[in-house]
Design a protein around this ligand. Sequence first.
Ligand code: UGC
Ligand code: NI
Length: 178
Amino acid sequence: MSTLMKNTIVAKPLTKADFAPYGTVIEPYDKDEQTPENSYHINKGYACRHHAIAEAKLDGGNVGMSIFRAKKRDFPIRLSVMEYHPFGTQAFFSMNAQDYVVVVAPAGTPPQSADDLTVFYAKSHQGVQYDANVWHHPLLALGHDSDFLVIDRINSEGKNCYELDIDGWQVQIELAPE
Ligand SMILES: NC(=O)N[C@@H](O)C(=O)O
Ligand code: NI
């Protein structure tokens, strides 16, 4: 029986609709989302291209691909910082079939308390892309130390990462019971 601290947020399943205010969930189009323009066979039928699920958006600079060799987070996961990137989107994909946790708050006014945060449980097959300026916690990898492909703005002028220390909020994450 987990005793929920006063500042405990339970992670909810990551869905495209619930994540839409913060960015894009990158997973294949659902059957009812598919159109001839966005899902079509290529490579002599050996692949189906789910086209342009998300678009990396930048204000100057280039799109870069990096790998985060992430250390797993131990429970209870304690949130420490929220940040945003004004000059571009940032996308994450698990490279080792590892689930992870996404913590977000709307772009703009800095979050003031745990009540302003939304926590999602991301399955390993789901990528996420944060829109520019969306507040998010740095990567929270679960299970094992693992690699994540990160697509974001590089070779760029200007400070592209603003942080807000929330360690003092003593917020911890619980995963919804199975
Ligand atoms: N700082 C950095 O490269 N990573 C963060 O932006 C993050 O969202 O993990
Ligand atoms: Ni970031």
